[in-house]
Design a protein around this ligand. Sequence first.
Ligand code: BGC
Length: 748
Amino acid sequence: MKRFCIILVAALFVQAYLPVRAQSLPKIGTSSIEEVVSAMTLHEKASFLVGVVSYGKNADGTTRKAVPGAAGGSVEIPRLGIPFTYYPDGPQGVRISPTRKGTDKTFYFTAFPIATMMAATWNADLSGEVGEAMGNEALEYGNDILLAPAINIHRNPLCGRNFEYYSEDPFLAGKMAAAMIRGVQSNGVGTSLKHFAVNSQETFRRENDARVGQRALREIYLKGFEIAVKEGKPWTIMSAYNQINGTTASENWALLTGILRNEWGFDGFVMTDWTEFTRNTAAQIKAGNEQLMPGLTKQVEQIEKAVADGDLTMADVDLAVTRMLRVLVKSPSFRGYKYSDTPDLAAHAAIARRAADEGIVLLKNEGGLLPLRDTHKKVALFGFGSYKIYQGGTGSGNVNTTGIVNIDTALKEAGFELQEDLAATYDGVRIDFKIGEKLAKLRAADCDLAIFTIRRSAGEFVDRREIKGDFYLTDNETASLKNVTEAFHAAGKKVIVLLNTGGVIETASWKDWADAIVLPWQPGVEAGHAVVDVLTGRCNPSGKLPMTWPVAYNDIPSSKNFPSNFEGNSWRKGPVRDAFDPNKRNEGYTEYEEGIWVGYRHFSTFGVPVSFPFGYGLSYTTFDYSKPVVKAGKKGTFTASVTVTNTGKAAGKEVVELFVTAPKGTMEKPARELKGFAKTRVLAPGESQTVTISFDTYGLASFDETLNAWVTDKGEYTANFCASVDDVRASAPFKVKKAAVNKLTVTL
Ligand code: BGC
């Protein structure tokens, strides 16, 4: 009996506990993340930290089931309820394959204006709206994390990927990115803020060592990330390929843990940028880089070996897996979201058009030529870009959009008559050719107006070059523009130049020839409509430059320390890549000798003439700034306000840029630094609006390298309310009564 009882109790125990544990394996959704992690084998953990291999295959060879064309994702572990997730690029829209095998259905998505153009709107709310629409497309096409926004600094205009980045100014970039992140993530999909950090050139970007001083790092290269992380709270960060002062970004504990998590409070996970080059896998995970992308089988093995060898502890691995899971449980795939594959593309195109309308910058408008009042004019439309606009740049930031509206189409839609022989001349022609004097005269005789589009494209993998056809006009472009402007002016007619470019080109040598210059950048799918909106005055331009347009390339402080004329693709396997030399200046390493003197900080402080200054942009109306005030609030906060009145004849919006001048202190400082901005609503002629801009003493601080501290000097500051960095319209003094010193422990 006693024996029977023991057996019975034992059997009951076994039935009550052991089978339950075996049957009810922890599952995502019903068990805690800790329980799920403790049920994972080391191989599962290692596989989870390694992304999907080359567009659709996992590290273990299995194929992902959905969203072809998404650049990456995380692997599934079905026994624990962990599904695949999908991460598509990129900053301009959701980059996935628009067509799929076995179906006629298409998966096109909206190309919004490039990031630089979004920055030119100076409208953070609009950046949020674009983000919301982009996030909706990510969601409805079954994705989880959008690999955007990208926020590297326009250190030099020739960086190939500047079009994906916002600005030369980290404050503007940080604010626009934060708003975009909030917009995307309001859909319950994540973002990956990239490329962290100091990824300022394409030439040997995987190998290059960016050698930067602590002050420039903090004030210029990290500041935008700091703002975007604190205010946008991205789910993930993408670590950059390059090294910073000798340590690869993805292996950089100071960057990924010391600064990102400990100083800024980031609580998501970090993924590497995509490469087939392995780094020190254990060092990456120890540094706080959780996911390795795009993922290589050998990285799974490396993690397992590192644990066996003691280079990584199981606790290190568990922490990384836990951090990933904490984020991914919020994702649509983990939530089992039933996506439609039919986002409202028409509604999103309307948002793209509004964004493009607001990002177009009017650079010149001699004699009030624009807006064109008579839309029945006959137009001579020159330049390839007039017939086939570049809506965006190239590389992973390029999007498979459909239905791009070209300028010629939009002009015709608006009622303009186009000179058809010219259209035929450009049709199908790929090579640059010259508009001779004779042709220019013919068109000047039979047309009322000339529009001349200069088109430039750039993108990932190669930097732009300081050559004709890139930074400079080609000889044919120069001759054509000269011939056209001379012929039209001789006939008493006008010429409008459109700049269809993602970044800066040389303008000083030819800008006097044109009557009007309009900068529509690379404006996304609604390109032509937006251009015509501005030309006709349906939209009064309100965009302002997010970077300086210098007179000469050599005026740019980084011009001596940039691979300005590097030939070939340093990314692709082959002789160019094979010739890599770690000791070669601007290739193996780049000295950021200019320190904080990037963009307007240099030009405005040292009085170097520019072609168009940072923050510049004209309107069809005029604005008056009055009643500038700065009020001190509690705990080192300030509110600056100014009243803007539309003093012209057209309704319009104005961007107010708040540049602060600091008192003389121990550190050398820029003459003016951007500390805030605001955009008015559409003001009718005569109407006023008071805009308020908040900032605080921390935002005023400069970085003192000797103390390794953010220091806000006490004393009298000036708040300059500006229409561009060089156009101070009103100013007000304010006092910081007590100096503030915020000492840090980490250096990079
Ligand atoms: C780019 C990233 C991009 C990734 C995935 C990399 O080459 O640098 O910006 O998100 O590819 O396509």
